[in-house]
Design a protein around this ligand. Structure first.
Ligand code: SAM
Length: 259
């Protein structure tokens, strides 16, 4: 099996920070270093950190096409991996640019757009690189949280079908840049509307599988500490009990392999 990380398997018992189970209970967000956690809709740094350590080697390139406040970017910097990030919001590009090393490639653009990826490909070639070795995708959970007014923003998709097809376009663009035999990870939660549970995680999983990626794992992660619901537990519990629904306590981390 080709090596896709720098683990010292002679001393595998020392790799205590690498959870190999499919249920992750992360007690609290790790806000050390450049992480601020201010961005509504960000993920905890422990997620990209795990996948960078487990599925890349020193000097590999990591792509995040929904970069947001740069959580993946700061982890790459700390772990000496190169970073390529895209976000549709110019202010997030400016924010991360200010905090990050100069080598990182950041693009203000729409990740469904093939042309953005052509530019990235050309820029990577200038650095003698052909591919990226890991893709981390943390898309909007459809329209749960609106990120911008841009119609190409996935949180502004007109309906579920448009969300799914836009997500598939992004994944397809990423696959073309991903080295064969390497990994792509999607972090996504479900949504509830009009009395119905919408399994966004499973929809996105299907899109990835339809594009030929091999599903390697479905990790279920706890969602405690969701900012929107902080301090309102009693209200939500009352509402659930007086109706027929369940409160979201988990989201998905879907791991795929190319080739
Ligand atoms: C869930 S957030 C990602 C948060 C990020 N993981 C963090 O920790 O800060 C999703 C991001 O995707 C961006 N986005 C939405 N649609 C996009 C598109 N078509 N192309 C590029 N970025 C997009 C949003 O602006 C938002 O910053």
């Amino acid at each position: 099996m080709p090596k896709f990380n720098d683990f010292d398997m002679e001393n595998w018992k020392e790799l205590t920070d690498i959870d190999t189970g499919s249920l992750w209970i992360i007690e609290r967000r790790d806000n050390i270093g450049k992480h601020r956690g201010f961005y509504h809709g960000n993920f905890v740094p422990q997620i990209p950190r795990h996948f960078i350590k487990r599925f890349t080697k020193l000097g590999d390139v990591v792509l995040d096409p929904f970069m947001g406040s740069g959580t993946t970017a700061y982890e790459c910097e700390t772990l000496d991996r190169d970073f390529v990030g895209i976000d549709i919001k110019p202010e997030m590009i400016a924010y991360v640019r200010e905090r990050l090393n100069e080598q990182a490639l950041l693009y203000e653009g729409d990740s469904t757009d093939e042309k953005v990826f052509d530019t990235i490909c050309a820029d990577l070639q200038k650095h003698n690189r052909k591919n990226v070795q890991l893709v981390v995708l943390h898309p909007p959970y459809f329209d749960i949280l609106k990120f911008s007014d841009n119609p190409k923003d996935l949180s502004n998709a007109k309906n579920l079908d448009e969300f799914k097809s836009s997500f598939a376009l992004v994944v397809n663009n990423c696959i073309k840049l991903l080295e064969n035999g390497r990994y792509l990870v999607v972090v996504i939660g479900d949504k509830y509307s009009k009395g119905q549970w919408h399994p966004l995680g499973f929809y996105c999983m299907n899109e990835c599988m339809n594009l030929g990626l091999t599903l390697k794992s479905i990790i279920v992660k706890n969602m405690d500490g969701n900012r929107a619901k902080q301090g309102k537990n009693d209200i939500w519990r009352y509402r659930a009990l007086s109706s027929d629904y369940y409160l979201f306590k988990h989201e998905y981390i879907l791991l795929f392999k190319k080739g």
